[in-house]
Write a protein that binds this ligand. Structure first.
Ligand code: HEC
Length: 127
């Protein structure tokens, strides 16, 4: 199950944007393709660049994401880890949850199990 975490998260990004409440915004539609390795790798890039600052994935390790998405470890270390974390570390954020709650009005939830919370299943990608 853990293996599919990032892939699931990446595929669900447009859904998250719609589910986050507030004013309704019309989003482009998309077809998720779990066998599109390049797309999934770019999703990882998007996640660590834009989401991980607020949302941890604390039950997932960078190295596991690298293996699952076939991203060489040295590239993950060089381009996808922006702190003093090591590739074997869990994907946590330096943001203090109490301060986050003060700043945003709610603590950004950990996204590791978001797929389960939403009751979705995504089949194992083939690559
Ligand atoms: C600036 C901080 C910040 C960033 C960056 C951010 N989020 Fe959030 N996100 C939040 C906060 C705060 C909440 C909690 C909102 C609430 O509970 O009202 C949240 C909620 C969520 C939720 C739960 C929504 C629900 O319906 O329960 C998901 C899923 C989510 N974010 C996904 C993402 C993804 C994917 C990205 C990157 C593309 C992202 N977020 C980037 C702060 C952020």
């Amino acid at each position: 199950m853990k293996k599919l975490f990032l892939i699931s998260l990446i595929l669900m990004m447009p859904m998250f944007a719609q589910a986050s409440g507030g004013p309704s915004i019309k989003l482009d539609s998309m077809e998720a393709d779990a066998s599109d390795k390049g797309s999934l790798q770019r999703g990882m890039q998007t996640y660590v660049n834009y989401c991980l600052g607020c949302h941890t994935a604390q039950y997932q390790r960078y190295i596991r994401a690298a293996e699952d998405l076939h991203i060489p470890e040295d590239l993950v270390i060089e381009h996808l880890i922006f702190s003093d974390q090591k590739i074997g570390d869990q994907m946590t954020s330096a943001m203090d949850p109490k301060l986050a709650a003060q700043w945003f009005g709610a603590t950004p939830p950990d996204l590791t199990n978001e797929i389960n919370l939403r009751g979705r299943s995504i089949s194992t990608p083939i690559f």
